[in-house]
Design a protein around this ligand. Structure first.
Ligand SMILES: NC(=O)c1ccc[n+]([C@@H]2O[C@H](COP(=O)([O-])OP(=O)(O)OC[C@H]3O[C@@H](n4cnc5c(N)ncnc54)[C@H](OP(=O)(O)O)[C@@H]3O)[C@@H](O)[C@H]2O)c1
Length: 274
């Protein structure tokens, strides 16, 4: 069985570089899908309070009988739970719903700058570390100006920043900022929600490599050093998306994909999300 490489975080814990995202995976299929992913070799699952499937993700992890230490589970505090007390309660609720002893990574889902409470939310996450319920903490959808404000008072630097990232939004400056601060960058919508997998450049590289366009894009993320969490609710695609460790993109392939970058989002800009 293939295994994902591990990335060492600034928290000292390791995290598989490739995992499964379960946004829009319904409760009716979530246990079976996560169980299958664990059989294939996935050891990282990315959920969130918003996704309404934390309970099912936890159930699949418990059912698997895989050593808990081998599995890495991430969840997130939703936008209506900002502020210290609110966030502290939301953290406990997610820990209880997952029911797998501890959460490996808890993120602030969006900075919601108009609410202007993410600094207090972060304090609740820092305090959760000392309870042992949460092992590493991080952020999602934070841009450098959000991180600068957070870092001005933080006692713990976020371990990761999970952001929209795909060949059309390579986040060149954000990745450099994160790297300079010891923050690992994680790609959500890593396949661009499959909206441009039919791009001819990706098609040509895929044909040269004998792989699918999705595998080429996942490989591009891995070679850039990104953490990456493609989602699929189809068993065959779960296998396809994990079968990316037996080949490498050339420098030319990487340059051709880099040239597709237009820094264009498919989802909401972080400053506009409330
Ligand atoms: N932090 C945040 O704000 C945030 C926001 C969005 C997502 N996320 C996380 O990131 C994860 C991934 O992002 P995402 O789900 O938005 O987008 P994505 O992974 O880029 O794309 C998922 C889409 O691609 C399709 N797909 C998957 N594998 C494929 C393949 N091999 N070939 C062709 N199509 C394929 C899926 O369809 P099928 O399911 O039909 O296969 C689905 O429609 C989420 O599940 C979630 O965990 C985080």
């Amino acid at each position: 069985m293939s295994k994902s490489p591990l990335i060492t975080l600034n928290s000292g814990f390791t995290m598989p570089q490739l995992g499964l995202g379960v946004y829009k995976v319904g409760q009716d299929i979530a246990v079976n899908l996560v169980s299958l992913a664990l059989e294939i070799g996935y050891r990282r699952i990315d959920t969130a309070a918003l996704y309404d499937n934390e309970f099912e993700v936890g159930a699949a992890i418990r059912k698997s009988k895989i050593d808990r230490e081998e599995i890495f589970v991430t969840t997130k505090i939703w936008n209506d739970r900002h502020g210290y007390e609110n966030a502290a309660e939301a953290i406990q609720e997610s820990v209880d719903r997952l029911n797998v002893g501890y959460v490996d990574m808890m993120l602030i889902h969006w900075p919601c700058p108009k609410q202007d409470k993410y600094v207090e939310t972060w304090r609740a996450l820092e305090d959760a570390l000392s309870t042992g319920k949460v092992r590493s903490i991080g952020v999602s959808n934070f841009l450098p100006h959000h991180l600068e404000k957070l870092l001005a008072t933080a006692t713990v630097t976020p371990a990761i920043d999970q952001v929209e990232m795909h060949p059309q939004l390579a986040n060149v400056e954000l990745r450099a900022f994160n790297k300079a601060h010891g923050i690992a960058t994680e790609a959500w919508a890593p396949l661009g929600r499959a909206r441009f997998l039919d791009n001819p450049v990706l098609g040509e590289i895929a044909a040269r490599q004998g792989k699918s366009p999705a595998q080429v894009v996942i490989r591009w993320h891995l070679q850039l050093g990104n953490l990456v969490i493609p989602k699929s609710s189809k068993p065959q695609r779960l296998e396809e998306n994990f079968d990316v460790f037996g080949f490498a993109l050339t420098e030319e392939d990487m340059a051709e994909i880099a040239a597709l970058n237009t820094e264009t989002r498919i989802a909401t800009h972080p400053d506009d999300m409330n």
